[in-house]
Design a protein around this ligand. Structure first.
Ligand SMILES: *Cc1c(COP(=O)(O)O)cnc(C)c1O
Length: 384
């Protein structure tokens, strides 16, 4: 690590005015205090209240879909999105190996099996061209349903993930899904405020999942949402996430085994305030990208990852790609020692013992990115 790297870490610390710069922190002001205080003062902190409805309406409008159902976290949103999309036990679900564990776990909760596919170096998300060739090799259509010839299992859904807020080639993926009658469910947990050809991510899938965990572009403390244009699916998602109770003034009747996944009102209050600030957060994150372009310009062999063509990114987590001359862990050790908090990408799912026996395609780009991706501080900051 040379003087260029030291200049880089100095620039980051100077910009944030800190000796230790965290990877990502939530930003709050009086608006959050006002809404949350309102919940506490009125006593409406829990499972019913006006902020949940308001948050669902505001969120649907922001994403450009008919309906949003707010839930306790993004993992629960994925679980229910996959269930209402029709994923059944023993099905296989196509997904990147390069994702946060929630994507694979949600599939497992349904008794289905994750099937890992490779990503593109241009988007960091599922590679549509490679997927098409792969399905030609391992898939067969029977009664208009796709089956894996090798395992005999039905392949019912594809869950692309918009990595670090960069949109995947969603049109390419939709074509492959149409060809094989596979349901598209987007893991849009990282991409609130990200657009593909002017249309918001999460609005392409039959149903999609969002997350509002503390480290995401906006937070509800913990939280998530299911979004869809399909009223029947939204109603079913709402029913399933509220213990499948049949509405009645006093009777406790439940018509299937549901889940207690509803977002509490106090979290939704935080969410309403945060959502108002999304345009500002995105603007600040995009300005930060411009700074990083300058600060990294002099470092040989390091590339700042920028939004793919035809997309507009929320730049949730700023990302650098290291070329072969670097050892990722040495770079991570240096940056963290200098007080510039940095993280590797998630361990690919197929490297984990719990998922190592799942079906998978050739994953060479995944392996390459696993060695070269480093996330650097990304908190939106006001300048002036
Ligand atoms: C954050 C995230 C989720 C959901 O996480 P929760 O912590 O349960 O809200 C799902 N998938 C991806 C890719 C994520 O980054």
């Amino acid at each position: 690590m040379n003087t260029q790297w030291l200049e880089f870490t100095d620039n980051v610390k100077q910009f944030y005015g800190k000796d230790f710069v965290p990877l990502h922190e939530p930003t709050f002001n009086d608006r959050e205090v006002e809404y949350v205080t309102d919940c506490v003062k009125t006593g409406w902190v829990s499972s019913v209240g006006a902020y949940v409805n308001r948050f669902e309406e505001d969120l649907a409008k922001f994403v450009g879909v008919k309906r949003a159902v707010a839930v306790v976290n993004g993992t629960a949103a994925l679980h229910i999105a996959l269930k209402v999309a029709g994923v059944k036990a023993e099905d296989e679900v196509l997904m990147p190996s390069l994702t946060f564990i929630a994507t694979a776990n949600a599939v497992s909760y349904l008794g289905a099996v994750p099937h890992f596919i490779d990503v593109s170096i241009n988007t960091l998300g599922v590679d549509a061209d490679k997927l098409k060739i792969y399905l030609e090799q391992i898939g067969k259509l029977q009664n208009n349903q796709l089956y894996n010839r090798e395992t005999g299992r039905r392949i019912s859904a594809l869950v692309p993930m918009h990595t670090f807020g960069h949109a995947v080639d969603i049109e390419g993926l939709l074509k492959v899904c149409d060809m094989y009658n596979v349901t598209l469910v987007e893991d849009a947990a990282e991409s609130l405020g990200t657009y593909y050809k002017g249309k918001h991510t999460g609005s392409f899938g039959k149903v999609s999942a969002l997350s509002f965990n503390g480290n995401k572009i906006m937070t509800t403390g913990g939280g998530g949402a299911i979004v869809t244009d399909d009223d029947a699916l939204a109603d079913y998602a709402k029913h399933l996430t509220t213990t499948a109770k049949i509405p009645h003034r006093w009777a406790y009747e439940h018509d299937e085994i549901g889940f207690n996944y509803r977002m509490p009102n106090i979290n939704a209050a935080l969410g309403c305030a945060q959502l108002e600030k999304m345009p500002l957060f995105i603007q600040q994150k995009r300005e930060l990208t411009k700074h990083y372009e300058q600060w990294l310009a002099d470092i040989e062999g390091v590339q700042l990852f920028e939004e793919p063509a035809n997309t507009r990114s929320n730049y949730w987590l700023q990302t650098i790609l290291l070329d072969e001359q670097f050892n990722r862990d040495e770079v991570l050790a240096f940056l963290n020692e200098q007080g510039v908090m940095s993280r590797p990408i998630w361990t690919p799912m197929h490297h984990l013992a719990i998922y190592q026996n799942c079906p998978k395609s050739d994953l060479r780009v995944t392996e390459q990115l696993n060695k070269s991706v480093v996330n650097i501080p990304s908190t939106p900051k006001s300048e002036g």
